[in-house]
Write a protein of this length. Structure first.
Length: 608
């Protein structure tokens, strides 16, 4: 972040440290280059002394020539000493290098030959020795100037570094005073106001550094706190509304559990619960569809919409809604299965606006109501099953009583009539007496046969499998008793019947099949159970026998009295018909108890 305070502070510190390091390293380098200057000056100064000593020796006698030679060799070594040559620059045009070469040239070309040649007079070396010493003095002076130039360079370098360091320090302090202290002071004022509970303060510093970020953060925090304080009352009201909604939800669940406890499907309490659910959830319309297991149609539909028919309903094609197929149900329909202990009873359909799907609490409420409905239906069916079993037990008791009393009496009368008939034949009674005895015997046989049929009917068991299984067992029984084929067409899977309706329907079918076996002389019979366009149950027993003929006007024939009484008990109607293609048809039509008691609109569509 180029504008970051930490970056700029770090940059200033790095500059100061870099200048300090540069100053130290430069001083070390310059001091290192000047470390041999004193030795070079000292060595160069020694050349003058050596030249004077050599001249003195030259002026003395020839006996000390060996000493003079040693002094020449010593001056050669001193002149070529690394203390001097090591200080010479690489540039041959440098004044120090040129002066050194002049000293060497003066020595080798003029003074050294004179010092070693004994033939020359000693005084001839005085003038060259003076010139050599002058050149040496110039060399020493040049070395001194070089040393002083290095010291001056070090002094200048240290001054520049000091100036740059002070400039950087002053610049840092200036930036601190202009860019840090004012916004920091302003920031502390806003923080102090916030500490006292005043969140209206705002900082004006908007740079992109840390103080700017902190200023923007405090401004946003103050704005947020201001909004929080401003919205506090609204939140309290929202919490109050939420608590009221929770109270309404709990009250709805309590009322629904109390009203639906064991209520049969179609009871008015179901509609009241749906209406209350729509009012509390604020959604709708809400539709309840109940169906038998694996049924293609719903047998009951209740909705909070007018006429109990929601816009998306496709009845009698109820399979998509019952199965929850994504291709058959609108996407804005929330579907909840009504099930209890692994058994499905139907669905609860909640229609909502596509832009406002139900919230979690609304879905939970609908699912809970669906569970209460499933429990209520399960309890109602359990009560119905108990009533069915009680009815079967009562009928079994009646059958035993009839068998132990009336059946025994009829058997005794049949034996007595047989004895009377045999006695009449032995005594030669007149024909009228024998005719009366024959009529008595036929009447007793008919009464005994009807009693046996009645006992078989009373002993009939309605198992948990329901009416369809009982009819299937009845068809197999009559097929074994007569020489005819019977076909059962059961299409009431979607229409539940009460235990009383199932028993009466089964008895009517048995009575009609008994008449077909004993009187119709038929070879084929069809038993059909379905619903008509008004959802009334239609039961048809049709054979291809001899028909009713002259007995059609005898309502007491073929047990029609008992069948009509049973049809009346179902609030229905029994008709004996003779189709144009022959045979006889017994037709029973009645409205199921569920349809009579419910306030729902009948589902459209007739029998398939």
């Amino acid at each position: 972040m180029p504008r970051s305070l930490s970056f700029r502070a770090g940059l200033a510190m790095a500059g100061i440290v870099l200048l300090a390091l540069t100053s130290m390293l430069g001083s070390i380098v310059i001091a290192e280059t000047a470390s041999g200057d004193a030795a070079a000056i000292n060595q160069a100064g020694a050349l003058r002394m050596q030249a004077y000593r050599l001249l003195v020796t030259r002026l003395q006698a020839a006996a000390i020539a060996e000493r003079r030679t040693a002094q020449v060799i010593e001056l050669d070594r001193s002149l070529a000493s690394p203390a001097i040559t090591g200080r010479l620059p690489d540039d041959p045009q440098h004044p120090l290098t040129r002066q050194y070469h002049k000293v060497v040239e003066q020595w080798h070309d003029r003074l050294r030959p004179l010092m070693l040649d004994a033939a020359n007079p000693p005084t001839s070396a005085i003038a060259p020795a003076g010139d050599f010493v002058d050149q040496v003095d110039r060399l020493v002076g040049q070395l001194q100037r070089e040393a002083e130039s290095r010291i001056q360079l070090l002094r200048l370098f240290q001054g520049v570094i000091l100036f740059l360091t002070l400039g950087l320090v002053f610049l840092t302090m200036y930036k601190l005073a202009t860019d840090v202290i004012p916004p920091l002071r302003d920031l502390l004022k806003v923080v102090d106001r916030s500490r006292r509970g005043d969140f209206t303060g705002r900082t004006r510093y908007v740079a992109s550094d840390e103080l700017g970020l902190l200023s923007r953060t405090i401004n946003q925090m103050n704005e947020s706190l201001t909004q929080i304080y401003g919205q506090l009352e609204a939140r309290v009201e929202a919490k109050t509304a939420e608590l009221e909604r929770s109270n309404e939800t709990l009250n709805l669940l309590y009322q629904a559990a109390r009203q639906l406890n064991g209520a049969p499907p179609g009871d008015a309490s179901y509609r009241r619960v749906l209406t209350q659910l729509a009012a509390v959830s604020g959604l709708g319309p809400i539709t309840l569809c109940l169906a038998q297991d694996d049924a293609e149609r719903a047998y009951l539909r209740l909705s909070t919409q007018t006429d109990d028919c929601p816009d998306f309903c496709r009845a009698p094609a109820c399979k998509p809604c019952l199965d929850g197929s994504p291709d058959g149900i609108a996407p804005w329909i929330y579907r909840v299965a009504i099930s209890e202990a692994g058994r499905d009873y139907g669905v609860l359909l909640l229609q909502y606006a596509p832009e406002a799907p139900p919230q979690r609490w609304q879905r939970d409420l609908v699912e809970t109501i669906a569970g209460l409905i499933a429990t209520s239906i399960s309890l109602s069916q359990g009560y119905a099953e108990q009533r069915r079993l009680a009815l079967m037990d009562e009928r079994a008791v009646i059958a035993r009583e009839l068998h132990d009393s009336l059946a025994q009496s009829l058997s005794y009368l049949k034996i007595q009539v047989a004895r009377l008939q045999a006695q009449a034949r032995r005594t030669g009674a007149d024909p009228s007496t024998e005719a009366i005895v024959d009529e008595l015997r036929e009447g007793l046989n008919a009464a005994y046969r009807q009693l046996r049929e009645l006992l078989s009917t009373f002993r009939l068991k309605m198992t948990e499998a329901g009416l369809e299984a009982a009819l299937g067992e009845t068809v197999r029984e009559f097929v074994r008793r007569g020489e005819l084929s019977i076909r059962l067409d059961y299409r009431l899977d979607h229409c539940p019947l009460s235990p009383n309706e199932e028993v009466h329907t089964l008895q009517i079918v048995r009575e009609a099949l008994s008449n077909v076996v004993h009187h119709a002389e038929a070879s084929h019979c069809e038993v059909t159970l379905t619903t008509d366009e008004s959802d009334r149950v239609a039961v048809s027993i049709r054979d291809n026998g001899i028909g009713l003929g002259e007995k059609a006007n005898q309502p007491d024939h073929y047990g029609t009295i008992i069948m009509r009484e049973r049809a009346a008990g179902l609030n229905g109607r029994l008709d004996l018909l003779e189709p144009d293609d022959g045979g006889t048809e017994v037709r029973l039509c009645f409205t199921p108890q569920l349809r009579r008691e419910t306030t729902a609109m009948p589902l459209p569509g007739g029998a398939p």
